[in-house]
Design a protein around this ligand. Structure first.
Ligand code: PGA
Length: 228
């Protein structure tokens, strides 16, 4: 477009992000939009499978996910850690224990993300590799609902540590110190390698890679100070 040719930073940015990135990306967009008031954003939040479909259909400018697709034809840049942790209600019998052997989770009531979720895949792989059989009580397609279910005593779960960001859950949920956890993962920003990014998309991509981590830390610190 003409705006692209002139290098004007205005237009639309279409992003799609996996469910856990919604705890972080919207907070990054504030400072970004202040810097570039001409940029409008459309943000889609979905699970790993949904994101893969959007990528295949070339629906967005940039995609944020934690398992890079197996296909080689994407440009893929890591920008932040996204560890998976074991979450339990604060009064769980294992809450105060250190170095809990993973076998100890055998038979433990468990709340699992829905099929199509990248979190689910990673958790299932870990349990399979280690021969652990949890007792899945519930399949739930929402990190928020899983937090509620854990707090309500339905079981434990494994979710991204980012789902705990900013919201006072420390009074209801705790992270169990289980051997093999956290499962280390990262968030990646990706786009099809054949695709020429618009000026707007390139501007956001560079912002994310160069300043994303710092901007997230700043906004988390600010929110923590305000809640103290
Ligand atoms: P999911 O991905 O929503 O597909 O589970 C989240 C994540 O990988 O952090």
């Amino acid at each position: 477009t003409v705006a692209d040719l002139q290098g004007l930073k205005q237009g639309q940015l279409k992003l799609s992000v996996i469910t856990t990135a919604k705890y972080v990306i919207p907070r990054l967009l504030g400072p970004f939009c202040q810097r570039y008031p001409g940029i409008d954003i459309s943000l889609k939040v979905t699970n790993h499978e949904g994101l893969q479909e959007r990528l295949n259909d070339n629906l967005d400018d940039l995609y944020i996910l934690s398992q890079p697709p197996a296909t080689p034809d994407v440009c893929c840049h890591e920008f932040l850690d996204n560890p998976l942790v074991v979450l339990a209600p604060i009064n769980h019998p294992l809450a105060s224990q250190k170095n809990i052997p993973i076998e100890r989770l055998n038979g433990e009531p468990f709340i699992m993300r829905e099929p199509g979720s990248g979190t689910r895949q990673a958790v299932q792989k870990m349990f399979e590799d280690r021969g652990v059989a949890v007792k899945v009580r519930l399949d739930l397609g929402s990190n928020e609902a899983i937090k509620q279910a854990i707090a309500g005593g339905l079981g434990i779960s494994v979710l991204s540590r980012h789902v705990l960001t900013l919201d006072g859950w420390q009074h209801q949920l705790t992270i169990l110190d289980v051997e093999g956890f956290p499962i280390p993962r990262q968030w990646y920003a990706i786009y099809p390698s054949g695709k020429q990014l618009s000026v707007v998309a390139r501007t956001f991509f560079e912002y994310l890679l160069n300043e994303g981590k710092q901007a997230i830390e700043n906004s988390t610190r600010l929110a923590q100070q305000q809640s103290e």
